[in-house]
Write a protein that binds this ligand. Structure first.
Ligand code: ZN
Ligand code: ZN
Length: 406
């Protein structure tokens, strides 16, 4: 156990071997093995590929530290010598390149490093730390899967749930927001039912491709015309599928719509307006079958507990100085870490840890080229700089955990 652990080596290995949601077998196996090496009680296969490891160290509070494990169906273009060349089979059954384009490999490495540091210093604190390695964050299903598979009955309940995400601002900086920190997300599947036929005889058909195109444009009026300016709201049509040949008018068209909002009122407005506009477009096209509109997945907004967030902020500022702790404010990204905290009725603190080369970031900011020059999460070029990202993330988990432990 006292043999040294090369975190950079561990990170590069995880990065080169990403796995899609609920397929994180190798990653989960590595996490479990490292936890066993530390002498911890390890439970595997929670909610599919989830892993929990318990470090019981006497009386005191229980802290959960959470890391997500899944990669994304993205072809890596970073050119790194540890870049992924892996493929996986997606939910639709097709083979796809896979990449750790959201940095969950960094999260797993941080948590392994933090658990090791906490175990090695266990003489100096007391309480219980539970490492939660969660599957399938990207599909917003992994936290729920672990809860439904009795996570709460299998490990000590938390007094606080802590987690962090690597983000494209300078390494060495952490961003912590009290209250609503990340948006809620809804995935909505739309099917428009037309009437198929020959491409040369549109008069004999009801064209779902035209209706889908009109719907995509119409949906973009919701945020611009119905939401109060300044309120965070996003409607994205991320997929559109119809047809098989240019001379065939297909019978149906499918849209994948994603919605982001910070509060229930805005969320209900967005979802309600999507329903209204889709039905109106179908009617305008003369469709005789009602469209299908189904909310497939919903993630609640990520809400940080004000008191617990202040505890973490003070601990970070004491450790690294005020300048290293920023408050970026609520972001339009979404997370399911809040599901773990809500299920356990525990306060949540979830923060962002910078992963960009500070020099490159500074140059890009000075040139007004952050969007162009600094790859963000989900980009095929996303490549956190190893240091100080690794050290700062490990330290952040340890410092935050110790702020709650005795
Ligand atoms: Zn992501
Ligand atoms: Zn992520």
């Amino acid at each position: 156990m006292t043999t040294s652990l090369d975190l950079a080596e561990l990170y590069r290995d995880l990065h080169a071997h990403p796995e899609l949601a609920f397929q994180e077998h190798r990653t989960a196996g590595a996490a479990a093995q490292h936890m066993r090496t530390l002498g911890l009680d390890v439970i595997e296969g929670i909610g599919g590929t989830g892993v929990a490891a318990v470090c019981s160290n006497g009386e005191g509070p229980t802290v959960w530290l959470r890391a997500d494990m899944d990669g994304l169906p993205v072809e890596e273009l970073t050119g790194l010598d540890y870049a992924s060349t892996t493929t996986g089979v997606g939910a639709d059954g097709t083979e796809t390149p896979v990449m750790h384009a959201c940095g969950h490999d960094m999260h797993v490495t941080w948590l392994i490093g933090a658990m090791r540091r906490l175990v090695l210093t266990r003489e100096s604190w007391s309480g219980t730390v539970v490492a939660v390695f969660q599957p399938a964050e990207e599909s917003i299903a992994g936290a729920t899967a672990m809860i439904e598979d009795s996570l709460l009955e299998r490990v000590p309940l938390p007094n606080v749930v802590l987690g962090q995400h690597v983000a494209p601002f300078p390494a060495g900086v952490v961003s912590l927001t009290s209250g609503t920190a990340m948006a809620g997300s809804d995935d909505i599947a739309v099917v428009l039912h037309g009437r198929g036929g020959h491409g040369s005889r549109p008069e004999a058909t009801i064209d779902p491709v035209l209706a889908a195109a009109s719907t995509v444009v119409g949906l973009q009026s919701i945020v611009s015309r119905e939401v109060t300016p300044g309120t965070l709201a996003v409607v994205t049509v991320g997929t559109i599928h119809a047809g098989s040949a240019s001379n065939i008018i297909p019978a149906e068209a499918r849209l994948g719509v994603n919605v982001r909002s910070l509060d229930a009122k805005t969320r209900d407005l967005l979802v309600g307006s999507i329903d209204r506009i889709v039905r109106a477009e179908a009617q305008a096209a003369g469709m005789t079958t009602e469209p299908e509109i189904n909310v497939l997945v919903s993630a609640p907004a990520t809400i940080n507990d004000a008191t617990a967030t202040q505890v973490v902020r003070d601990a970070f500022a004491a450790e690294w100085g005020e300048a290293s702790v920023i408050d970026y404010g609520a972001v339009s990204g979404s997370e399911d870490v809040g599901v773990l905290a809500s299920a356990a009725s525990a306060p949540l603190v979830f923060w962002f840890t910078g992963g960009s080369d500070p020099v490159l970031f500074g140059a890009a900011a000075a040139a007004g080229r952050l969007e162009q020059d600094i790859a963000s999460n989900h980009s095929p070029y996303f490549a956190p700089v190893l240091e100080p990202t690794l050290e700062r993330g490990v330290a952040a988990l340890v410092v935050a955990a110790l702020a709650f432990l005795d």
